[in-house]
Design a protein around this ligand. Structure first.
Ligand code: 4AD
Ligand code: MG
Length: 432
């Protein structure tokens, strides 16, 4: 009888049975007994090939296997005497696809080399773990908004105009229309959606021609952007906090094995679930930064270093709100208490990570927005449609964007955002 084909993740339900598993050889060690570390995408298992139990051809083949060879193994599932993890006592072994001179060996490789081989690097245990956490975060994001009465309103990627300033636009010729730009944010398209659906979100790729190399900036990244009618700055902070807690909870519930592979310290993540996030005005944050040794002056945007300094000294996620209007986007509602300030809020992640959410309340006055468009040197004709919502039933509204890769980097505690995307795009990185 054919042995049932089982995914490695299900092996623990088959202890004592003879099963077949297909996968790739991570590592093969040969002494008298031969060992194969096998990976099938669903998990990892050690296969033990003993001369006594294995068919002679299987034993022989096991001695010749190379890294990343694809194989089919038949064996009895048993529990590792010490760890209790399932392992396979091999009877039969069949080569499906050979592999010669696999470039990524267990020894150390430089980042440039790994990035060039990203299509292969994906197979490593660490990358597997990170991208599975990413998947869980993406799913948590959708479940959160779908379960909270938000309607999915996909935003276009080819757009005629800028949302987040004209200095980071990627352009492409667009037939007779002149230039199109890859979307920096779906926000301008979500705002009209609130008058049709009340609460909307989009979740998709966004693009910024970031010309500097940092640990936090990609040129292509995914962003989820909720937008709510009849909402204010406070609602942004409340919703963002609920979302982040929901995401962290899902990862802690569903990705223990992956977090263990990443050697992620769980205590700081668990504590996120139990604290109220901090809040500080920009003005307070600047004062705190000065105490911590930063040379920032009031009126300047935070640099990456400022965010790191601030968040190394803070034990929980922190909302910074009410920024100087001068360096924030044109669409932000001014603070009625101080018109130099905009009603924006950024959520900074702890453990030195910095901004993961940016958002705020949107200007609802037509005249104010018109003035801003002129002030920023934008072409009014490109925004006429956007201004319409201030003409027909304008209401206070607010929303934010959470960057998926920034969230993955923090939750996995990665030193650099490049490992958070399957195929990251950054300055100097377009291949593979
Ligand atoms: O703060 P940002 O620029 O805000 C917006 O784009 C708003 N229009 C969003 C909204 O209110 N609907 O970007 C939002 C988030 C940041 O907090 C960060 O997490 C991420 O997007 N982000 C980037 N992630 C990776 N690489 C980059 N270059 C990023 N730029 C922004
Ligand atoms: Mg921002």
């Amino acid at each position: 009888m054919e042995s049932p084909l089982v995914e490695i993740r299900h092996l623990k339900q088959h202890v004592g049975q003879t099963v077949a598993v297909r996968g790739w050889v991570r590592n093969a060690r040969t002494s008298k007994t031969r060992f194969i570390d096998l990976r099938d995408g669903s998990g990892f298992v050690q296969c033990v090939v003993g001369a006594a139990e294995a068919e002679p051809e299987a034993y022989e083949l096991a001695g010749k296997l190379t890294q990343e060879a694809a194989v089919r193994v038949v064996g009895v599932v048993q529990q590792h005497p010490r760890t209790g993890a399932p392992e396979l006592l091999v009877k039969g072994l069949e080569l499906i696809g050979g592999s010669a001179d696999y470039p990524i060996t267990p020894k150390e490789h430089g980042t440039a080399f790994l990035m060039e081989n990203r299509h292969l690097w994906l197979r490593s245990k660490r990358q597997w773990a990170i991208l599975r956490v990413r998947h869980t975060i993406a799913k948590a994001i959708r479940d959160f908004f779908d379960g909270d009465g938000f309607t999915l309103l996909d935003a276009p990627i080819l757009t005629p105009s800028a949302c987040e300033g004209t200095s980071t636009l990627f352009g492409t010729p667009y037939f007779d229309e002149g230039m199109a730009y890859l979307s920096q944010s779906g926000q301008l398209y979500q705002e009209p959606g609130i008058a049709a659906f009340g609460k909307v979100y989009c979740f998709g790729p966004t693009f910024r021609a970031e010309k500097s190399k940092t640990r936090r900036h990609l040129t292509e990244f995914w962003m989820v952007e909720p937008e709510m009618a009849f909402a204010h700055l406070e609602d942004v902070m409340v919703l963002g906090e609920r979302l982040v807690k929901f995401i962290v909870q899902r990862v802690l519930e569903g990705r223990r094995e992956e977090l263990e592979i990443l050697e992620r310290d769980l205590a700081p993540l668990e504590s996120v679930l139990n604290v109220e996030f901090g809040r500080m005005t920009y003005t307070e944050a600047v004062a705190r930064l000065k105490e911590l040794g930063s040379d920032i002056n009031w009126g300047e945007d935070f640099g990456n270093d400022d965010e790191t300094i601030l968040m190394n000294a803070y034990d929980r996620p922190l909302w910074v709100h009410r920024f100087p209007k001068a360096f924030k986007a044109f669409y932000m509602e001014p603070d009625p208490e101080d018109p130099k300030l905009a009603l924006g809020a950024d959520l900074l992640a702890p453990e030195g990570y910095g901004e993961v959410i940016g958002g705020g309340e949107r200007a609802s006055s037509l005249q104010y927005l018109l003035d801003q468009i002129v002030h920023e040197g934008l072409d009014r004709a490109d925004y006429e449609w956007y201004l319409d919502i201030r003409k027909y039933g304008s209401v206070p509204h607010a929303g934010f964007g959470l960057g998926l890769e920034r969230a993955v980097a923090w939750i996995c505690k990665l030193p650099h955002v490049r490992e958070t995307a399957p195929y990251p795009r950054m300055l100097g990185t377009l291949r593979p």
